[in-house]
Write a protein that binds this ligand. Structure first.
Ligand SMILES: Cc1cc2nc3c(=O)[nH]c(=O)nc-3n(C[C@H](O)[C@H](O)[C@H](O)COP(=O)(O)OP(=O)(O)OC[C@H]3O[C@@H](n4cnc5c(N)ncnc54)[C@H](O)[C@@H]3O)c2cc1C
Length: 451
C-alpha cells in the first residue's frame, strides 16, 4: 500500500506533461467567475456567524487589532489556557475605547472560570477550526476527511519558539512522528490524495537561527533537517521548507539547496521551498532557484510554493527601526503584480520545477489557473494551496473545478495555536487583505481586476 502513495507522489512529480504551444490568451475573468460560482454558501451555523462578525469587527476596530498584536508578543510567556485568558483580558481592557474589546473582555473573563474554559470560548473555538489536532494521531480523522474529499494536505507543527537544543530535538522528533504516523495511515488507504506532506520551519530546528548569525543557524539545523529528509525519502513523503522573516531567507535557502544537492538526495525525497513575492528582490530569488534546479536534475523536481509573505508588518517595522529601505513592496498592487509575474515565470519553467500557488486571493488564483490553461499544462503540473480555517471556501471551490488543491493544516496544542490564530486573523482582516474585501461584499468584477 505504501507503494500506492509513492506511485501517486511520483505521478504528481515526475510525469511532467509535454507542453503544446499556448493556444489562447489567459482569460482570468472567466476562470475567476467559474471559481466564484463554486464557492459554497457561507455556513449559517451560530459559530460561523459569530466568527464572521468577529472578523468584520477586527477589520473595523483598530484598537482591538492593536490589542491582539500585543497579545501575539506576550503569548510565549503563557503556559496555560488560564494565562492566555488573563493576558487577553488585560490587553483587551487596555483597548478600553473599543466596544468590541469590552464585549470580548466579558467573554474572556467568563472563560477564566474552569467550567467555561472547557467549553469553547470565541477564541478557542476558532482556534479549533484552524488547528486540526494536538498531534498527528489526533489530526488523522480531519486529514482523512480532506483526503476523501479529494483535497491533499500539508501538516505544519505549531510549537514554542526554539531556544534550546532540547527543544529543537523535540521539534525534530515530532516531525518524524508526523511522517511515520501519516505514512502508516496513508498506506492503509487507497485515496488519491492520501500523500504525506510535512511543512517544516528551520527556526524550530535550531536555537541558533538569529538575524545576526544566520549561517550559524543553518549549521545548527543541518543535521536535524538531513535526518528528516532521510526519513521522508524512506517513507516516500514530501518535505516542504517554509520561509520565515527576510533576515533568515538566505540561510534557509542555502541550507535547503545544499542538502538537496547531496548525492544521497538526488533520487528523493520530494522536497520544496517557498518564494515570497512581497520581497522586492523575489525575481532574483527565483533566478537563483531555477538556476539551481537546472544544475541539479532530480527525480522529484523541486516544488516552489509561491506566497506573498506573512511577515509584512514585521519587515516594514524592522527596516524603519534601522533606517533601511524595507525589503518588501509597500504598495499592495505592486506585490500582487509581482505575484502574477512570478506565477507566469514558474509555470513557464514546468517541468524543471513543480508549482504551488498559495493564496486566498481569487484574482491571484484565477490568474495562475488561466495562464496554466493557456499554456495547455496538465492539471498535475500545478497545485493550489490554502490555509486551513481561512481558505476553506476557496479550497472547496478549487476542488469543485477539478484542480489540485492542498490545505496547510496546523497541528499542535491550543495554547501555541492561539497566537497562530490571532496572527492569521490580523493578517487577513487588514484593510489591504483580499479576504477582508471579499467579506465586505466587494463585487466580483472588481475583485478580479488586474492589480
Ligand atoms: C498554504 C500556504 C502556505 C504559506 N506558507 C508561507 C511561508 O512559508 N512563508 C510566508 O512568509 N508566508 C506563507 N504563507 C502566507 C502568505 O505569505 C500570505 O501571507 C497569505 O496567504 C495572504 O496572502 P493572500 O494572497 O492569501 O492574500 P492577499 O490579501 O491577496 O494578500 C495579502 C498579502 O499582501 C501583502 N501585503 C499586505 N499589505 C501590503 C502592502 N501595503 N504592500 C505590499 N504588500 C502588502 C502581504 O504579504 C499580505 O500577506 C502561506 C500561505 C498559504 C496559503
Amino acid at each position: 500500500m505504501l507503494q500506492v502513495s509513492r506511485r501517486i507522489l511520483q505521478d504528481m512529480t515526475t510525469s511532467a506533461p509535454e507542453r503544446p504551444p499556448a493556444t489562447a490568451a489567459p482569460d482570468v475573468q472567466a476562470v475567476g467567475t467559474e471559481l466564484a460560482k463554486r464557492f459554497p454558501r457561507p455556513s449559517r451555523s451560530p459559530a460561523a456567524v459569530i466568527e464572521r462578525r468577529m472578523m468584520r469587527r477586527l477589520v473595523d476596530d483598530p484598537e482591538l487589532r492593536a490589542a491582539l498584536f500585543r497579545f501575539v508578543d506576550v503569548r510565549p510567556a503563557c503556559t496555560t489556557r488560564e494565562d492566555v485568558a488573563r493576558h487577553l483580558a488585560e490587553l483587551l481592557a487596555d483597548a478600553a475605547g473599543s466596544p468590541t474589546a469590552q464585549r470580548a473582555t466579558k467573554l474572556v473573563n467568563h472563560a477564566r472560570r474552569p467550567a467555561a474554559l472547557a467549553a469553547a470560548t470565541g477564541v478557542e473555538h476558532m482556534a479549533h477550526r484552524f488547528i486540526i489536532g494536538a498531534d498527528a494521531r489526533d489530526a488523522l480523522p480531519e486529514l482523512e476527511r480532506l483526503w476523501r474529499r479529494g483535497v491533499a494536505a500539508t501538516v505544519d507543527l505549531l510549537g514554542e519558539a526554539t531556544v534550546t537544543e532540547a527543544e529543537a530535538d523535540r521539534y525534530a522528533a515530532r516531525c518524524e512522528d508526523v511522517l511515520r504516523t501519516l505514512s502508516a495511515a496513508a498506506a492503509a488507504r487507497d485515496w488519491p490524495c492520501a500523500d504525506v506532506n510535512l511543512s517544516v520551519k528551520v527556526s524550530a530546528l535550531t536555537p541558533e537561527l538569529r538575524p545576526n548569525a544566520p549561517r550559524r543557524g543553518a549549521d545548527g539545523a543541518r543535521e536535524r533537517l538531513r535526518h528528516l529528509l532521510r526519513v521522508a525519502r524512506e517513507l516516500g513523503a514530501h518535505l516542504h521548507i517554509d520561509m520565515e522573516s527576510f533576515d533568515t531567507r538566505e540561510a534557509v535557502t542555502a541550507l535547503t539547496l545544499q542538502l538537496l544537492s547531496e548525492p544521497e538526495f538526488a533520487a528523493g525525497p520530494s522536497a520544496g521551498i517557498v518564494l515570497q513575492a512581497y520581497l522586492v528582490e523575489s525575481g532574483e530569488h527565483l533566478d537563483e532557484l531555477l538556476a539551481w534546479a537546472a544544475e541539479h536534475p532530480r527525480e522529484h523536481p523541486l516544488t516552489i510554493r509561491l506566497v506573498k509573505g506573512a511577515y509584512w508588518d514585521n519587515e516594514v517595522v524592522q527596516a524603519a527601526q534601522h533606517g533601511w529601505e524595507p525589503p518588501v513592496f509597500t504598495d499592495r498592487a505592486a506585490c500582487d503584480r509581482q505575484f502574477e509575474a512570478l506565477s507566469r515565470r514558474l509555470l513557464d519553467s514546468v517541468p524543471l520545477v513543480r508549482v504551488a500557488i498559495a493564496s486566498h486571493n481569487l484574482r491571484s488564483i484565477a490568474h495562475a489557473a488561466a495562464y496554466a490553461d493557456a499554456l495547455g499544462l496538465d492539471e498535475r503540473a500545478l497545485e493550489f494551496q490554502v490555509l486551513r480555517g481561512l481558505g476553506d471556501e476557496t479550497e472547496a471551490a478549487i476542488a469543485a473545478t477539478g484542480r489540485r488543491v492542498r490545505t496547510y493544516c496546523p497541528v499542535g496544542d491550543l495554547v501555541a495555536g492561539m497566537a497562530y490564530l490571532v496572527r492569521r486573523l490580523l493578517e487577513n482582516t487588514s484593510n489591504d487583505s483580499f479576504l477582508a474585501a471579499h467579506a465586505a461584499g466587494a463585487d466580483l468584477t472588481t475583485l478580479l481586476e488586474a492589480p
